[in-house]
Design a protein around this ligand. Structure first.
Ligand code: PMM
Length: 284
């Protein structure tokens, strides 16, 4: 299977691909405020690419629990220049835009992005499916229970894996009905988005069950709160714990792409996990 990110193309099933996070926000989960300035965000994106990121995910709206929504003008102001600069300065690395607004997605694609990472799985903006269908860009459909404002207030499931799968299947069907091609779709169980620690661990343990949906799987565990619960560490000290999850999913072959803040650590973890899965062969 291949994921087309024009003009790039990722061969899936050969190794775990690393999506480096560039948050141009004052208030994200773990790095809010650090790269809020455009020049700092661009430099950060370039450093992630140099550390081995296979694609970069640029976001201008925080989805941290309880985060305030950002208007489209402000989100456009934050991400478009960063995407344009990264496209120009680092043409080898495809760019994804972390947005649920169609107007931001469209502008980001024009600026050089080739994937939309929509944490609302097309539920946030009725125009989004059309933007994806018309552009041919890849789209990541992520599961969230509720909204960032409410999602961590006592989330409940009878069977978290079955319910998240059902949601992603329905979101994929909605995309296909709007004219999106199956080859454009990526799915993500949305670790931390309306889930308890136990829900997150169960999703990771049973991540391979999402394979039956037939789409590439992306997972984002990086620096998230459940790792803080498990290790007792604050967000900035969760790079090793985050890398451990990358090794686990790589060895299990349960994810094609991992969304990470600490690319250098994740790269080693993915290399070890991939080597356990496939055996070791030196890079050509
Ligand atoms: N997590 C965050 C933001 N965007 N997108 C996808 N597809 N999957 C995720 O798990 C995800 C996401 C929150 O993380 P951050 O605010 O620390 O970057």
């Amino acid at each position: 299977m291949e994921l087309e990110l024009p003009p790039h193309r990722l061969q899936l099933g050969q190794r775990t691909w690393l999506m480096g996070v560039v948050n141009v926000t004052p208030d994200s989960f773990s790095d809010g405020g650090k790269f809020f300035d455009e020049a700092a965000a661009i430099a950060h994106g370039l450093s992630l690419a140099a550390a081995g990121a296979d694609l970069l995910d640029v976001g201008g709206e925080s989805t941290r629990p309880g985060a305030e929504a950002v208007g489209p003008e402000e989100e456009l102001r934050r991400v478009v220049g960063v995407i344009r600069a990264l496209r120009r300065q680092c043409p080898r690395v495809p760019i994804s835009v972390d947005t649920s607004k169609a107007v931001v997605a469209r502008a980001a694609l024009e600026a050089g992005a080739s994937m939309i990472n929509d944490v609302t799985a097309l539920g946030g903006d009725p125009q989004m499916a059309q933007v994806v269908a018309q552009s041919g860009a890849a789209i990541c459909l992520m599961h969230m229970l509720g909204t960032p404002g409410t999602m961590q207030q006592d989330p409940r499931y009878d069977d978290v894996v079955a319910e998240v799968k059902e949601f992603l299947q329905a979101a994929a069907e909605q995309a296909l009905a709007a004219g999106v091609k199956p080859s454009q779709l990526v799915i993500d169980p949305g670790i931390g988005f309306g889930k308890t620690v136990d829900h997150n661990l169960t999703l990771l343990r049973r991540l391979n069950e999402f394979r039956s949906l037939g789409y590439p799987v992306l997972v984002g565990t990086s620096r998230k709160a459940f790792l803080g619960t498990v290790t007792g560490k604050a967000a900035a000290g969760r790079a090793v714990a985050s890398a451990a999850t990358v090794a686990i999913v790589a060895a299990a072959g349960s994810a094609d792409l991992v969304r990470v803040h600490d690319v250098a650590e994740a790269k080693d973890a993915a290399a070890v996990g991939d080597a356990v899965r496939f055996g070791y062969s030196p890079a050509p």
